[in-house]
Design a protein around this ligand. Structure first.
Ligand SMILES: [Zn+2]
Length: 500
């Protein structure tokens, strides 16, 4: 029951940052709950689908409502083997996970990527050579000290802002009002080179955050069968836990990008801690794949000009998601199903609002979704992606790097020729930082033991904003640094059973 307490206290903090704004886009009235197709589709679906049949279903199958509220529209299509919407909920029974489908031999060549180095041996990773999982890495290691030197030598000016304090916008009024800080989370300020959208209308930059995790394999299977490529914003701690899945993502030609080591709200960290979070994530990805990403996404979208400058000095392009107003951000809210803070029905209503807005704007878009939880994968493969694939007029669905009309080589330092994608000055050096060999600052056995402890600390530091499930987002809080780690640790260490 520890996670029940966690979801009641810590997750409301998460939701307001991940949260859905109250988007009103009444594109279609709905008779969803009474549709005969709905009950047929849902009642015939298997209880748990580990491998999504990717071919888009024919016909308009409208799922039954789940939890409070009902669907306000009719989906264009659903996956015939979708998990029924009513079962995609907090506490759902666990479906079998899908392990990496292939183990790639060390030295395999990514032939799709010109000049890519051979694939490293992912099985040789020694956790003792990396920081503890799901905590901001210490800054006194030789690696972080080297990365600090490189940032200092990059020539990129780092603004002298103090870190924000936990609690987000309400607890940082001065930072919110400081326009020079350009804090995206609080006010939506984007820098000129932030990636918030795709340039071409009806083009969707498909992204999944926070993995690789237990159900990423199911998502990869669906994407493969549907011939879709995505951008995966990878948490470094998860990459160390699931290197074979990360290799599978990469070898399937998805774009791999950085999402920090432990998923903190980055504006709360010191410069050195930001460098440690980004540096270790770049390093684990290079150690698993042989290449280093050139794109990153801040957890919770929490980025200001200080964080942006450090990321740039480390060769990382800041990428967020589309926000056309305070009320209309392209966040499905899928992250909050597992914690019971929203329903799968609400997420699909959010999705309908998103694609309604997407068809009216004169540029493409980027949507926030996750591959961390079974619920997020089930709703993506069962409903969101089939609906998108059947949409008329059609969406062009592709990774961010492709929607920007750049070649996949530009997504990695080692293969980027800088011609169309100039990156920070220290990035080449960062890509070559030697491996740690002392292991002095890490332990390899912390995974399970600290899960409950982290959950407790998340409770202690949480605040509440109970209105999140209905889509309101006024508090704009930012998660306590340990909240996400607690959830991820719980998943990794098998505490997932506590969700049941
Ligand atoms: Zn995230």
């Amino acid at each position: 029951m520890k996670l029940a307490a966690l979801s009641a206290i810590a997750l409301p903090v998460l939701v307001s940052a991940h949260g859905i704004r109250d988007v009103h886009h009444a594109r279609q009235a709905s008779a969803a709950a009474s549709s005969p197709a709905a009950s047929a589709a849902t009642s015939s679906a298997p209880a748990a689908s580990a491998s999504g049949a990717a071919t888009a279903a024919t016909g308009a199958a409208t799922p039954a409502a789940s939890g409070p509220g009902s669907l306000t529209f009719t989906l264009s299509s659903t996956n015939p083997s979708a998990v029924p919407l009513t079962e995609i909920a907090s506490g759902m029974s666990s479906a079998p996970t899908v392990p990496a489908s292939t183990t790639f031999a060390a030295g395999s060549t990514p032939t799709f990527l010109p000049n890519a180095p051979p694939l490293p041996n992912a099985l040789s990773l020694n956790p003792a050579n990396y920081p503890p999982l799901d905590k901001t890495p210490p800054i006194d290691s030789p690696e972080v000290q080297q990365w600090i030197k490189e940032v200092n030598a990059s020539g990129i000016q780092i603004p002298d802002f103090s870190p924000t304090v936990a609690g987000g916008c309400p607890t940082n009024p001065d930072a919110v009002n400081d326009q020079s800080r350009c804090w995206w989370t609080c006010g939506g300020c984007a820098a000129a080179d932030d990636i918030e959208q795709c340039p071409d209308k009806m083009t969707w930059g498909l992204t999944y955050d926070d993995g690789p995790a237990l159900y990423t394999g199911e998502l990869l299977s669906y994407l493969d069968q549907a011939n879709l490529k995505a951008t995966f914003f990878v948490v470094g701690s998860r990459a160390l836990s699931y290197p074979a899945l990360l290799q599978e993502e990469y070898m399937a030609q998805h774009q791999i990008a950085v999402h920090t080591w432990s998923h903190p709200p980055m504006t709360t960290l010191s410069n050195e801690q930001i460098i440690a979070e980004l540096g270790w994530t770049k390093k684990i990805i290079k150690d698993v794949l042989g290449v280093t990403p050139t794109f990153w996404r801040p957890p919770y979208g929490d980025v200001d000009n200080r964080v942006r400058a450090i990321a740039k000095a480390m060769g990382l392009q800041t990428s967020i998601w589309t926000r056309i107003s305070a009320e209309a951000t392209f966040d499905t809210g899928d992250f909050d199903i597992a914690g019971g803070l929203t329903t799968s029905t609400q997420v699909l209503n959010n999705w309908e609002n998103i694609i309604g807005n997407a068809t009216t704007i004169d540029h493409g878009f980027i949507v926030l979704e996750h591959d961390l939880f079974q619920q997020t994968v089930d709703i993506a493969t069962g409903y969101i992606l089939p609906d998108a694939l059947a949409h008329q007029p059609p969406f062009k669905i592709e990774p961010i790097i492709s929607c920007l009309n750049k070649p996949l080589q530009d997504a990695y330092i080692e293969t980027n020729d800088n011609a169309s994608n100039p990156i920070g000055m220290s990035s080449a050096a960062s890509a070559g930082v030697p491996s740690a060999s002392d292991g002095a600052h890490t332990t390899s056995s912390q995974t399970g033991a600290s899960a409950t402890g982290s959950a407790s600390s998340a409770e202690a530091s949480g605040n509440s904003s109970g209105a999140s499930a209905n889509g309101n987002n006024s508090a704009m809080g930012i998660a306590a640094p340990s909240s996400m780690g607690a959830i991820a640790l719980a998943l990794v260490s098998g505490v997932v059973a506590l969700f049941m």
